[in-house]
Design a protein around this ligand. Sequence first.
Ligand code: SF4
Length: 273
Amino acid sequence: MKILNSLTSRDGTGKISIQLQDNSVIESVLLVDQTGRTTACLSSQVGCAQGCTFCQTGNLGLKRNLIVQEITGQFDLLKSAFNKDITNIVYMGMGEPLHNIDNVLESIKIFTNPKTYNIFLRRITISTSGVISAFPKLLLSKPYPGLAFSLITANRKLREQIIPKTPSLDKIKESLIKYQQVTNKRIIIEIINFKGINETEDEANEIFNFLNGLNTIINLIPYNETGNNNFEAPDLEKVKIFSKHLFNLGLKVTIRHSKGQDIAGACGQLGKH
Ligand code: SF4
C-alpha cells in the first residue's frame, strides 16, 4: 500500500488516496473536530455495490472487498501522513462495511487490542446503509462497536429511489429494534439533507414515526455536491429549521457540518480522485 496523494482541507480535514497491491485506489479521511479529537474515516471496499444515487463511490460499482491489512493499513498511513494521534474510527469511507463484515470485525479486533492500536471500542462506529442481513453476525461480535444507520429519509418510496438496494424500512426497523434489545446501545441515525428533497416538516414527522420506539441520536449532514448527479446542497437555514422540527418532536439531533468539502473528502464525495 502506498500513498498516491495527500490533501489537507481549509477546515483541517486530511484525505489520502492509497494505491493497493493490485493498483486499485481507495481513499481515507482524517477528521479533526474543534476539541482536537481525531477520527479516521476508513474504507471497507474498492467501490461499492449499493449504488446510492447521491454517492460518488456508488457510481463506481463494486470492485472487491478490502482485506484486513488494507483496512488497518489505512489507519497507519493516515497517522503517518498527518502526524497525528488518532483516537476514533468510523467505517464510513468507500464501501458498505456490512458487505465486508468479516474483515471489518477482524480489523476491529486488531484496533482494540491493547498490545497493538489500543483504540477503545466505544470510539469505533460502523455505518451502514441498512444491510440488515449482516446483523446476526454483528450481534455475535460482543462487545459491540457503535452502529450508525443512514436513514436519509423515512419516506419509503423516496428512500428506495435514493438507496435502490435497500431492504424495506419495515424490515430495517424490526432489525434495529432487535439490535437495540440485544446491545442496549444508542443508534446514530444519519440524514444527509438534499435541497428540495428531505427538508420539510412532513419529512420530519415521518422520521419521528420511523424512530418511535428506538433510542437514537440524529446526525443531520448537509449534502456536498459532487457535480455528477442532480442532488444539490441544501440551504443551511433550511437545515436548521428542519433540525428544529425534529427537536420539537422530542428527537435528539445535531447538525454535522460535513468536513473536507474543498478536497472532495466529505460525505458522498469519496472516489472522486
Ligand atoms: S453511500 Fe455508502 S453504501 Fe451508499 S453507495 Fe456510497 S459508499 Fe456505498
